[in-house]
Design a protein around this ligand. Sequence first.
Ligand code: SF4
Length: 297
Amino acid sequence: MSLNAVSTRLPHWLIKKIYRNEASLETKEILKSLKLNTVCESARCPNMWECFSKRRATFMILGDICSRDCSFCSVKKGVPRDVDESESAGIAEAVGRMNLKHVVITSVTRDDLEDGGSSHFARTVSMLKKRYPEVLVEVLTPDFQGKVDCIKRVAESGPDIFNHNIETVKRLYEYVRPRADYYRSLDFLGFIKTNYSGIYTKSGLMVGLGETGRELESVFDDLRSAGCDILTVGQYLSPSKNNIPVAEYVHPDVFKDLENIAFAKGFLYVMSGPFVRSSYNADQVFDKIKNKDKTEV
Ligand code: SF4
């Protein structure tokens, strides 16, 4: 299946200012000195310099080689290396040096490991919670092939937010995420909400892959049925010529409409915009939810 691609020339709303300053270079240096991977760099996120300039980054654990081959993602694919358990301590050190109050941890997919890497996630979250009890921890995990024991292991390590991205509409799964399953991802989110009601659940979608508005609304409905609390929606930007092309550059007004539609469906918080990514300004999203909770009490 292939979709029509748009011109590689970006519309004006997708021209991103580069924020290279002392803080962004310092962030890069901290990550390099502790030999930490970030999805910001590996996935060529367009917000990298902006986030680094605010001393924010999303740590990517379990190495930098992914065992899956999603066509939208630029993270290296192949046979992953052994798990480096010292990564957890490195992240704990970085959190202190970067003075983070909200940490986001994601990973490559590790279908090669019996536990899908869930033990390493749990170890890292527990270490952070022990060392910095006041710091909020958000995990953004793969689907662990739907293995309940893996999901439980991570949930019970104490994250405040459990994020699992649905990424796209059901019809495009084969094209975009051939080794994932739309319903498995929904069940994943539903399982967390049902069994760990104190954890906020979050999911994210890319647009511009050829989906329709009606299909997007149907994903919003499915996510709400799974009890998903927080939603992010952002523009897909093909990270390299080896990735699938962009089918459409979605106008900022449409992002605003999607945000309103999603709020109306009952999400606690929705962030929708061309440069929104699942970890973009994650700390601000959480603050907004907390304030909302207070005003509703
Ligand atoms: S939006 Fe997320 S992945 Fe992108 S640079 Fe910021 S923290 Fe990193």
